[in-house]
Ligand binder design. Structure first.
Ligand code: ZN
Length: 244
């Protein structure tokens, strides 16, 4: 009886300890600010899976996007959007906390894709909300920022972009610019030199997205369309899911 009681007490202590560990892990991942570079020591203490999360748009997040990416005439309810936090490997090879807002219909796709890209060491320079650039797409792209939701029209058109519904994402935007093949216009302007000669060199940290690229393969596997396959524009940074 005594042995039984001892065994019971041990498993109770083990249960409390593991609950405590889980709580600590969740807390530390949440404490990290978006954009923060994380040390190997800090990462070693937590479960990496707990760093890839999707949550509803809280009042705090809404304040950041209101009248920026979330315009007054926005037709997408906030209930349809999700705030994602994911890890990514930055240009220098360090782990960084990233953030995105997307449609809930593709939230799981993006969590899976960014988890795989992180594990593969795929470099993504920055991943902050476009609202950090006052929802100015040119500024965000020029800073090579990866982003998703922005209620806006397609550049040079009256049609709403898939970014308006959070169903399109732009990756490493300066190195994967958008080229208008008729006018020669390149967006962002500082990505001009990457619009034509897109041959990946061996040790180039940020890859040009092409059909051999891991990022391309992961998005295509999940039913996304790549803007680099279009005739005009050649939108190398852009993936969208039309029927999620
Ligand atoms: Zn785009």
């Amino acid at each position: 009886m005594k042995t039984l009681f001892f065994a019971f007490r041990c498993s109770f202590v083990a249960l409390i300890f593991s609950l405590f560990t889980i709580t600590c892990q969740a807390q530390s991942a949440q404490q990290w600010q978006a954009g923060q570079v994380l040390s190997t020591t800090a990462l070693g203490k937590i479960n990496i899976d707990s760093c890839f999360t999707a949550s509803p748009i809280t009042d705090q997040i809404f304040k950041r996007i209101w009248l920026k990416s979330f315009k007054r005439d926005c037709t997408v309810p906030t209930d349809d959007l999700r705030y994602l936090r994911v890890l990514h490997i930055n240009k220098d090879g360090h782990t960084q906390m990233g953030e995105l807002i997307c449609n809930k219909a593709i939230a799981q796709d993006l969590l899976d894709i960014f988890h795989k890209l992180y594990q593969a060491g795929y470099r993504i320079e920055k991943m902050r909300l476009v609202d950090e650039y006052d929802a100015d797409d040119e500024r965000s792209m020029a800073d090579n920022n990866t982003s998703c939701f922005n209620f806006r029209k397609i550049a040079g058109s009256q049609k709403l972009s898939y970014h308006s519904q959070g169903l399109a994402i732009d990756i490493n935007t300066r190195y994967n610019p958008c080229l208008n093949t008729r006018t020669g216009l390149v967006q962002p302007a500082n990505g001009k030199r990457y619009a034509h000669h897109r041959i990946n060199k061996k040790n180039q940290p940020i890859r040009f997205i092409d059909k051999n690229d891991l990022c391309y393969k992961l998005f295509i596997e999940r039913g996304f369309t790549w803007g680099g396959s279009w005739n005009n524009p050649k939108d190398y940074q852009h993936f969208e899911k039309r029927n999620p």
